[in-house]
Design a protein around this ligand. Structure first.
Ligand SMILES: Nc1ncnc2c1ncn2[C@@H]1O[C@H](COP(=O)(O)OP(=O)(O)OP(=O)(O)O)[C@@H](O)[C@H]1O
Ligand SMILES: [Mg+2]
Length: 147
């Protein structure tokens, strides 16, 4: 999951529901070494939070707690724009593209499903895609889901 920034759709109610259901929730943290990559660490009501270089709240990194991107069951991620084919435009850092690049590189390693959460008005007719862009499995908005 993620904590909302700059008008992104707010998944906090879903996070609270997951906690209630006994599911383990992880948030992305900026990778301390590798350029523009994400690590995922557990998020509970007791997690100590810090602000990262973008001013976004993230859990204080405890190395032993981190979970590799490929080991997650499901990823709900924010976006700036999407199209009905599952193409995603982010904030332009390539964080999610780099972190989940194994989905297109390693044969047989499909990794977790990536579900984009968005406002319906973030849909565009067709997004230009680049070779490194990792498509979403589906997108859920306030009124529809795609595909
Ligand atoms: N797997 C990768 N390896 C190296 N560079 C990459 C990779 N994926 C993306 N990039 C680089 O990251 C930059 C930003 O990518 P892009 O514009 O697609 O960001 P984005 O998808 O909007 O961002 P984000 O994933 O953080 O939401 C591009 O210049 C691209 O070259
Ligand atoms: Mg991209």
């Amino acid at each position: 999951m993620y904590l909302p920034n700059d008008g992104e759709i707010n998944p906090t109610p879903l996070i609270k529901l997951c906690w209630k259901l006994g599911k383990r929730v992880y948030l992305p943290v900026l990778h301390p070494i590798l350029h523009n990559r994400l690590w995922f660490v557990p998020y509970t009501p007791h997690t100590v939070m810090i602000k990262n270089i973008y001013g976004i709240r993230e859990p204080k990194l405890i190395l032993a707690n981190r979970r590799a991107a490929w080991a997650l069951d499901l990823v709900l991620l924010p976006l700036v724009a999407f199209d009905a084919l599952g193409n995603r435009m982010g904030m332009g850092g390539g964080y999610y593209d780099r972190t989940f690049s194994f989905k297109s590189l390693r044969r047989g390693m499909t990794g977790p499903n990536l579900i984009g959460l968005a406002h319906e008005i973030q849909r565009v007719e067709k997004l230009p895609i680049e070779s490194w862009d990792i498509p979403l499995t589906s997108i859920v908005t306030d009124s529809k889901s795609y595909p």
